[in-house]
Design a protein around this ligand. Structure first.
Ligand SMILES: [Zn+2]
Ligand SMILES: [Zn+2]
Length: 169
């Protein structure tokens, strides 16, 4: 794997993962392994729903095959333990033990992180021009002015779907 790293495609990655699985774990890898070109903060990901594995293309290009092999081992630890219904998460002893045993890298994320979107809970209302600004957190309206007319602002809680409008908690 030392030569022509840049030319490795998904099919070759698949074979590579299958080889490592047999060699280091003694169990076949029966799902899909693909490269992810945009994955940069983590080396790889294991998807608990599909059992597929994604490997960061950037890791391969910057750190080389040796590092990626460790990432593959890490993901395979998640994979095999999860399928065997054992502790497959980072904090689990099963995971720590197996990772050490096969020599996988220590970092990655088990499940793709979906960014938690905070809802808007307040609106700032300009008392002069009626312009509205949505805010996620409480703030002191006296410290701000309307961006359009420099008028005074009033902070109002947004009615939530479950809450009753107009009522104070
Ligand atoms: Zn992980
Ligand atoms: Zn205004």
């Amino acid at each position: 794997m030392g030569k022509g790293l840049k030319d490795i495609d998904d099919q070759q990655l698949q074979q590579w993962v299958e080889q490592i699985s047999l060699r280091s774990f003694g169990v076949p890898f029966r799902h899909k392994a693909t490269f992810n070109k945009r994955l940069s903060s983590t080396g790889g990901r294991y998807f608990t729903k599909s059992h597929d594995i994604e490997i960061s293309r950037i890791q391969l290009d910057t750190h080389g095959a040796e590092e990626v092999e460790k990432i593959i081992k890490h993901e395979l630890c998640h994979y095999h333990l999860h399928l065997a219904k054992r502790g497959y998460k980072h904090r689990d002893d099963d995971f720590k033990k197996l990772l050490k045993q096969v020599g996988g890298s220590r970092y990655c994320r088990a499940i793709p992180q979906t960014k938690r979107v905070e809802p808007y809970r307040y609106r700032l209302l300009c008392v002069s021009c009626g312009m509205e600004y949505l805010r996620k957190r409480k703030l002191d309206p006296k410290r701000y002015a309307c961006g359009r007319c420099r008028g005074k602002l009033k902070l109002l809680p947004l009615a939530t779907a479950t809450g009753q409008a107009g009522q104070q908690p």
